[in-house]
Structures are given as structure tokens and as C-alpha cells.
Design a protein around this ligand. Sequence first.
Ligand code: ZN
Length: 332
Amino acid sequence: MNRRYSEHDVEHYDRPKRKGSRPRTKERPTYDEAVDGVVVTVDRGRFTVIVEGRELWAVKARPLGRKGVVTGDRVRIVGDTTGAEGSLARIVEVAPRSTVLRRTADDDDPVERVLVANADQLVVVTALADPEPRTGLIDRALVAAYDAGLAPLLCLTKADLADPETLLSTYRSLGVPWVVTRKDGDLTELRERLAGRTSVLLGHSGVGKSTLVNALVPDARREVGHVNAVTGRGRHTSTSALMLRLPDEAGWIVDTPGIRSFGLAHVEPEHLIEAFPDLDEMTEDCPRGCTHGADEPECGLDQAVEAGQADPERVASFRRLLEARSVPAYLL
Ligand code: ZN
């Protein structure tokens, strides 16, 4: 490790050393020796961090106080970073987050939480049949994506059972990209969409999300087993998101095994519409406090539709998302 001569050293050596006084570097740690890592999962206050390709375990250092550390956070750590059995490092810094995927408090969880930091894509995994797709759930996941600043992607599974066209027609006017997969099918297109990005996979049980995760990261099971060496449990049962590296360093996916509900009450209409710049532009003259919903008397979106400047289907779809915010949170 290159430890460069710095101002802190000057400070340290300039001070007259009194016997028994704590060195200044102890009082104001500079963490020159800290290394960079990324948090891949959290379980009972312990963090699994990947540093230079190896997994190690860490806890939060005291200076971080109550600051949350979540899956996807880029952190600096000190202490025993060997990853050897029984070793424990300390997280001393959390880098500013580029994005946060959060959920509002709901019946499942009384606290508003950040679920994943620094992701750039939200993959909404939905089966085309068995179980039947539910647009309400998809809408809610899209709202979460747009609000968090993540690019949405529809991943429609079980295309061998049903034609995707009916479902796609619902989302075409929003311009949501999509891929279809089928049983034992080729995942090339999905892999291309995931390449070089950090993608959160959301989907309720039975849609084939676990199958996809196992196909995309063939050694996921082993990695998850590794995580469990810490918790001493047979499998990853934490509700925390779990970040997995795609083979050939092609990006990361974040599995969300414990998410059964997804409160969205924190999402502001003004923030949601920013995800649609063309529509946002048309709301400049809206009355103060306009939510841009269908029941607003003087919304600029209605004027734009009447004037033929806005696609009525796109406006209607945006308003459907707006409505989806306030539907009870269950399942996703
Ligand atoms: Zn409006």
C-alpha cells in the first residue's frame, strides 16, 4: 500500500508528544489505509463486502453512527480485510449514492427503507401465464423504478405459454423496453440488457425469478452458501437484497428474495412526471399543486391532449402509474 506523506503527518509530528496523550490521528482518523469495497448483502448488522474480488465481512464503524449501509453501497473499510475465517473489518465511509431504491413503510415493515443503492436498472420479472400477469403489480414496480431514477426493463417469462402482445400493448405508449424468455430458452438478449449495469430483479413468487437468477449466475448457489458461512444458516434467508456478479464481469444483478410488498406513498407526482420529460414540459402552466391526475380540472396534460400535442394513450398510462402509487402495497 502506498502511504503518501500528507498534511496529517505534518500535523501529527509537529505536535509535541506528551506522555499519555492520545495521538491526534486516533482522535480524527484519516483512514489512509482504507480500501474500497461494495456491499453485496446485509444480515443482522453484518455486511458482506467484496474487495478486489474477494468476499469479506464487516460491521459499521462507530463514526458512521446511525447512517444506513445497504446492498449496493460503495464503502471504504479498515481492519482485517483478509476475508479469513473469523475476520471482521470495519466500514468507515459510505460513498454518496447515485440512486436509491426505497420503499415506504407498510404493514410488512413499519420503517421507510432504502433497499438498494447505486443500481441503474430495475428488471420487472413477470410471467406471461401461470400465474397470469397483473398489470397493477407491474405498474407499481415501474413507479418505483421511475421514482428512483432507474431505467425500467420488463422481463416477460414463460413466453412458451402465452403471447406477450396483449401485455406489451399496455406498456408500449410508456416506451418501456422489454425482453421475453421461455423455458430452457436462450438468455442472450437479457444478458445484453444487463451488461455493464447493476440491475435489481423484482418479481413475486412463481414468475421464475429464481430460475433466471440461477441461469444468469450459475454459481449463485455457491456464493450464497459462502455468505451463509457467516450467518451459520443453511441458506440465505435474510430479507436483504443480495448482489451477485454476472460471469465475465458483465455487470451485477441484485436479487430481492424477501420483498413481498412495496409501499410507494413516498413518491411525489412532481418527481414521477420528471421521468417523462415530454409530459413534464406540458405541465409548466398547471395550477399550483396540480397532481396531473385525471380529476384535476385544469391540468396541462388535458390541454395538450386536446390540442393534439400529447398522445392520449401516453397521458392515460402516466395517470395509471400515478394511481398505482396509492393502491395498497401488497405483493411487490
Ligand atoms: Zn397538471
